[in-house]
Design a protein around this ligand. Structure first.
Ligand SMILES: C[S@@+](CC[C@H](N)C(=O)[O-])C[C@H]1O[C@@H](n2cnc3c(N)ncnc32)[C@H](O)[C@@H]1O
Length: 219
């Protein structure tokens, strides 16, 4: 007998094929955007762990011609419309930040509005190891986002993490850096999946944070 959960996954897989998306994950980002409005027309979006490119297709359609999408993966990503594709390991954060900044400059852009990450480790089958690797990837995404998001009024973040031992630590790190933080499991995620998405809106830069801290010390 085919289980209900498998039917639902199958439905999103079929829908992705019909709508020309490279992955069923595309629907997870669509559901996140519908609920939290994290990507808007004209935004510059950096998509980390982007292959094969479903999220980048969704982001590319949302930002339109005035916006831009930079997609980063350790694997090759086949060309998508106007998306700039970079092949880089995001856990080498400095190199990834440098490559993304170079891509911005060569496209006459100087700011990033949104950083999204659906990066996942290759599953080892050992839950503890997989949770730790997922934590490493989401932490790398947060480091990269913190370096690139400079406009507090246009600075959103979405990152996947596997639930488990490191989840609270990651959620707390996002909460410390954004004015608004939520965790969300889109309906398009498999029912038995351990993944959850942490959303941050309104990045607090280090300079802002020190000004706010000194003001709260004075009063
Ligand atoms: C679930 S897939 C992303 C699916 C994508 N959001 C989509 O809609 O097509 C996870 C991706 O994370 C990438 N990844 C894993 N480790 C990485 C790393 N260290 N640096 C960059 N990408 C990485 C994998 O290569 C894989 O393509």
């Amino acid at each position: 007998m085919v289980k209900r959960v498998d039917l639902q996954s199958d439905l999103f897989y079929k829908k992705a094929k019909e709508e020309g998306y490279r992955s069923r994950s595309a629907f997870k980002l669509r559901q996140i955007v519908d609920k939290f409005g994290v990507i808007n027309e004209g935004d510059v979006v950096v998509d980390l762990g982007a292959a094969p490119g479903g999220w980048s297709q969704v982001a590319d359609a949302l930002v339109g011609e005035r916006g831009m999408v930079i997609s980063v993966d350790i694997e090759l990503i086949e060309r998508i419309n106007n998306v700039v594709v970079l092949r880089t390991d995001i856990t080498n954060e400095e190199e990834a930040i440098r490559a993304i900044r170079d891509a911005l400059l060569s496209n006459d852009r100087n700011a990033v509005d949104v950083v999204i990450s659906d990066a996942s480790p290759q599953l080892s089958g050992n839950k503890d190891i997989d949770q730790f690797r997922s934590f490493e990837l989401s932490t790398a995404a947060l480091t990269i986002a913190s370096a690139l998001l400079t406009n507090p009024n246009r600075s959103n973040f979405v990152a996947k993490i596997f639930q488990g031992s490191y989840y609270n630590q990651f959620y707390t790190s996002v909460k410390a850096k954004f004015r608004y933080t939520r965790a969300y499991s889109p309906a398009a995620s498999r029912k038995r999946s351990a993944e959850v998405y942490v959303i941050g809106k309104g990045h607090i830069s280090t300079t802002q944070l020190s000004v706010e801290l000194s003001v709260s010390t004075v009063f």
